[in-house]
Design a protein around this ligand. Sequence first.
Ligand code: SF4
Length: 685
Amino acid sequence: MTIAASPLSPSTGTVDTHCPYCALQCGMRMTGTGIQPRDFPTNRGGLCQKGWTASTLLDSPGRLTSPLVRVDGELRPASWDHALDLVANRVIDLQARHGRDAVAVFGGGGLTNEKAYLLGKFARVALGTAQIDYNGRFCMSSAAAAGTRAFGMDRGLPFPVADLRAADAVLLVGGNPAETMPPFVQHLRGAELIVVDPRRSATAELATLHLAPAPGTDLALALGILHAVVADGHLNHDYLTTRTTGFDDVWRVAAAWWPERVERVTGVAAADQRAAAAMLAAAGNAYVLTGRGTEQHARGADTVSAWINLALALGLPGTPGSGFGCLTGQGNGQGGREHGQKADQLPGYRKLDDPAARAHVAAVWGVDPDSLPGPGRSAYELLDSAPKGLLVFGSNVLVSAPHASRIAGRLSEVDLLVVADVVLSETAAVADVVLPVTQWAEEDGTMTNLEGRVLLRRRAVTAPSGVRTDLAVLRGLATRLGQPADRFPDDAERVFDELARASAGGVADYAGISYDRLRDGAALHWPVPSADHPGTPRAFLDGFAFPDGRARFVAVDHSGPAEPPDDEFPLQATTGRVLAHYQSGAQTRLVPELMAAVPEAYVEVHPDTATRAGVADGDLADVTSRRGTVRARVRYVPSIRVDLVFLPFHFPGAARANLLTNPALDPTSRMPEFKVCAVRLEAVT
Ligand code: SF4
């Protein structure tokens, strides 16, 4: 299969590329810094406001163009040699005094596959530290854990996005693509849409049926709908018999969650639960999709498992025209979790504690398998451990990590904080050394989009002098740490070829993917085990990724949020994204059009709740949890539940939503409970 337009050479002045932001990876055409949308299967000519304005950051006044080194408390420009020598010497000293694991690495889900791969290799080989994780732990790790235990493989969407156009019904849980990835919504237009979200979001406005459970109760809702599927005769017995195992254990739990009981816990009418079950069962083609609202809980992996169980009971996963999938958020959220920047992982989605995996990857790297460290701490635990040295690539943890005040305190205890970034993010601003790096349109690299398709993003413009690629930074540090230069190439295509070899035979097998195939326009969804393999756009049609080919039902039960409301904190807060901003906002807050659209933090409140708190629409108010207070402007939203407030998480300082959030971690995925915490609302005095 080929796409209509293939990337052109940068020398022509026009390059077909992809948006730098979210995992939809919309196709765009760049002429110089001019952007036009492109007809690509995920966006079909659409772009959101972030995509249209993406090139603003290429020559933004906020762009970093020189390394910075802290001297007498101030960040001052320095030469690259000075900055890299300083970092390497401090790392050597810290590791000599405190051990290899005293220096940690923190990556990002926006990094290209090549960067994520080389970062993992740098940590395990050049630093010899077990302590590496990344901000994708905050985004998709619960979906990854649940997908792996049910299907034997974690690929967010195991089918192309365009397949959704033929759906008759779609159940979308905890996702708001109308705001976070608007071009995606066109693929849902032909389906009856059921949306599960405690807020009446922009996506819920499009739904045939909107189910608004109390925050932290969606696992119970999934059990109630599953109960209705069974009780009302919608169970797909043939599929259960031939393609799954474990239903009886799941039913033992779900049998006790009849819809009327679930209504008392969730607030969702029993009739609506039965209606959702009937709509999905009646559809010829049906999908269940989940997003961050499902995952970002202290029991997020179990919650995703509950929705997978529902999809399996209906016979959807691995059935042509139907399926189950998780919507990935970050631009390379999928590839970023496959190639070794995760604490427990080696390239190709291999496990770091698997001797065969260690031997394979060590052979590609030319090192002794026994020299590779074991699994390290998860993202929040890594930051909370206050390592002696911390190297951050493409992440703004001061804004994006939960319990932000605690993380700020822990970072202040780090002896050497190094941040490689495009702009002076809030985390870079407190670093000891800041390394300015190239961004999307200034470098070659691959991204793996939300449907597991590997995309080539080619250099379209020349980077400002003074910046280097992340690959060059890693090479510069690795050689200063005594590694041979050949082991850390800074050419993206060479790194990719090595990544492909390292992934060969793994779950996420890129062995048959090459820049040449991507340049020729091939649509390659992994696994692609050989150079003549056409790719796997639709996984699981012939069986799931277990030796017996069967999907696993996983028995899970409702337990509610880690921090229920009480007299002192009677409301619940949830956080999320808005159309105009992306992640911590470090980039989008430098784009004037986006700041004009949403210039400051706000808190969505039901008017009755606001009145009780003595605040009016447009007032500044304080939202306080057990961990901190956020000051934000009140927005009346009559459709929001009276027991809920919503805050976007893109803003810094006293407006950081993560000052409130609860770092209670999922026992399986180690993902924090971003989506619900107990708060109170007060007028500013
Ligand atoms: S939907 Fe995502 S990929 Fe598409 S233009 Fe917007 S931010 Fe970029």
